[in-house]
Design a protein around this ligand. Structure first.
Ligand SMILES: Nc1nc2c(ncn2[C@@H]2O[C@H](COP(=O)(O)OP(=O)(O)OP(=O)(O)O)[C@@H](O)[C@H]2O)c(=O)[nH]1
Ligand SMILES: Nc1nc2c(ncn2[C@@H]2O[C@H](COP(=O)(O)OP(=O)(O)OP(=O)(O)O)[C@@H](O)[C@H]2O)c(=O)[nH]1
Ligand SMILES: [Mg+2]
Ligand SMILES: [Mg+2]
Ligand SMILES: [Zn+2]
Ligand SMILES: [Zn+2]
Lengths: 211, 211
């Protein structure tokens, strides 16, 4: 309880920082390999001209994901947790001091690949974006309800793979809505861009530049 | 440190229980949806006649996986952790008292879907079996080195999907061997059974009935 209280205090501090600069902050959470970085690459490609992005990447080890984001022209800070299974507000606070957050921009924090622990640590974000890939099975919302409850939106990614899978996308969405009625659910593909425009409407409705 | 010490004490107690009854115990660890339960279903189908199985399933919520295992005729106990991101020796100890572990049998513990925390908690098992699916990307060994270091064997699953993916299976294996030289790596498909015979040789070399 004390760990979470200290975390929340710093998270609120982060949030004040975001709100002072009119920065919308998203906390992107999924299992390992669901396509968080691929989604970010696609969002930057499609929206990067009109919406300034900054990215904080979280992983136990490697600089891989931050390098992928820098390659598409966006400033990215890599946080390595060592053995930690989630990002916390202290790590984000430290990373913030190395980022130039433009006014009215979008900050995306890609969390450590893990459907459990990241859902419990507030970082100061405005929204948690949950991602489940079709390749993982339709039972994931029921098995990991904590994230679904706390998420503001669910992306079901890799829908380009549906022809090769026995994945029941309707059942997956129904499981999610049983846990979190009214949760916006978008079926997308980071690879082909399919379905992404509906998510962009959700995103741009909440970003500062368009308010 | 105290949590791990208490856990290790109980894990050694579990291990004494296994060794007293000549039971080989595996701890099956992967990301969510890599195919742990599908692999178990395949192993039971292929080996169940000659090797008695027992299974302990770990998930935050649902009875789904234990029900799948019972459907293929093997005794399975479901442990629900609530919000816990891994199984620990106490949960296994409690489950053991509900299982009839036949002499010279195989006990497989399917851990919570998570590439981080389960690798740190010894349950009393003889071997950790790591699973990475082709659908998750080739960088997983480098990003989650803790599990690769501690695993006795790595299965690269869902190789039937390779024609539809940009997954470099050689690179994935190389990353794993950089972290853990000499680690046995098997490329398999739970769906088609491809490559499984090599894993069965590894498994039966270590199981009691054939010793
Ligand atoms: N077919 C298909 N593959 C995808 C899609 N999105 C991502 N992938 C593939 O999935 C694998 C993992 O993608 P990443 O973007 O690295 O996933 P991630 O969630 O960022 O992974 P971590 O950061 O390690 O947790 C890669 O091989 C991608 O090419 C998609 O929409 N369709
Ligand atoms: N193509 C293909 N799909 C597979 C294979 N193994 C599992 N799957 C699919 O992958 C999804 C997840 O499989 P599960 O067996 O539930 O995976 P799991 O690791 O037990 O999942 P959790 O227990 O939730 O962590 C399901 O939709 C399976 O059909 C395989 O070898 N090939
Ligand atoms: Mg990533
Ligand atoms: Mg399973
Ligand atoms: Zn954890
Ligand atoms: Zn006991």
């Amino acid at each position: 309880a004390r760990v979470l209280a200290a975390n929340d205090y710093l998270a609120r501090h982060n949030r004040e920082h975001f709100d002072a600069h009119s920065v919308l902050c998203l906390n992107l959470i999924s299992a390992p390999g669901s396509g968080k970085t691929a989604l970010l690459e696609r969002w930057i490609q499609d929206l990067g001209e009109s919406l300034p992005f900054s990215v904080i990447e979280g992983d136990l080890q490697t600089q891989n994901d931050a390098e992928r984001i820098r390659r598409v022209g966006v400033e990215a800070i890599q946080v390595n947790t060592g053995q930690g299974c989630h990002l916390d507000a202290r790590m984000i606070h430290r990373a913030l001091h190395h980022l130039t957050l433009p006014e009215e921009s979008l900050l995306v924090i890609e969390n450590v690949g893990n459907l459990v622990c990241p859902a419990d640590f507030f970082l100061g974000e405005h929204h948690k974006v949950a991602v489940i890939a079709c390749t993982e099975g339709a039972d994931k919302p029921a098995k990991y309800p904590g994230l679904i409850e706390k998420a503001s939106v669910l992306l079901i990614n890799k829908i380009d793979m549906l022809p090769h899978l026995e994945f029941d996308v309707d059942a997956c969405e129904e499981h999610a809505l049983e846990i979190h009625p009214g949760l916006p659910v978008f079926r997308v593909s980071a690879r082909t861009g399919e379905g992404m425009s509906h998510f962009y409407t959700w995103l741009l409705d909440r970003s500062y530049p368009l308010k």
